[in-house]
Design a protein around this ligand. Structure first.
Ligand SMILES: [Zn+2]
Length: 182
């Protein structure tokens, strides 16, 4: 399973690890602690990924869902779920990941799962704290089946898709299946 980083913010990319949320077959990319490790590494958040356990995965997924619901609520002009507000604030106020500078001038990103989740929660809160409307607005992909959220950093603020190829490929597969079933 390939992870994609098209959202412009790590918190929204994280939310995107559960795909096609509204359809009858959502795709879960974080099925095991090893999947979470792979995502963290692919996201460039840590050079040294600590071993995650099942409870770390469960905590991470709880946070991820709170990120998704809260970003969606902002997009739709709704109040966020109060449990999500508490969860996000609890994570975001903890120490975040900070790279270590080494004597030779190189850096190393290491940290705990708590610091990792604090970083992701704080990333969302930073995003929500940005002035709205304005550049860098959070949007939902124009493909109605796609539930990926992203920051529109285009100058004209007219980005419509999460990533054309991914959504386009899915549309092609569906069209192909429809033809086969006729
Ligand atoms: Zn999309």
């Amino acid at each position: 399973m390939g992870f994609v980083f098209v959202s412009g913010r790590r918190s929204l990319d994280f939310a995107g690890t559960r795909k096609w949320r509204h359809g009858d077959a959502p795709e879960e990319q974080l099925l095991s602690p090893a999947d979470l490790s792979r995502w963290v590494e692919a996201a460039g958040l840590l050079d040294v990924v600590p071993p995650f356990g099942e409870s770390d995965l469960a905590t991470a997924i709880d946070l991820r869902e709170a990120v998704y619901r809260t970003a969606s609520a902002r997009l739709d002009g709704r109040r966020p779920d109060q449990d999500d507000v508490t969860l996000l604030n609890d994570h975001a106020r903890r120490p975040a990941l900070v790279p270590t500078l080494r004597p030779d001038g190189s850096t190393r990103r290491s940290g705990t799962v708590g610091e990792l989740l604090a970083t992701l929660a704080a990333d969302l809160l930073d995003l929500l704290a940005a002035p709205v409307p304005g550049p860098g607005r959070v949007k939902r992909c124009a493909n109605t089946e796609c539930t990926r959220l992203y920051v529109d950093a285009s100058r004209a603020e007219n980005r419509q898709w999460c990533g054309m190829s991914e959504c386009g490929n899915r549309a092609k597969v569906r069209a192909f299946r429809r033809r086969q079933s006729l």
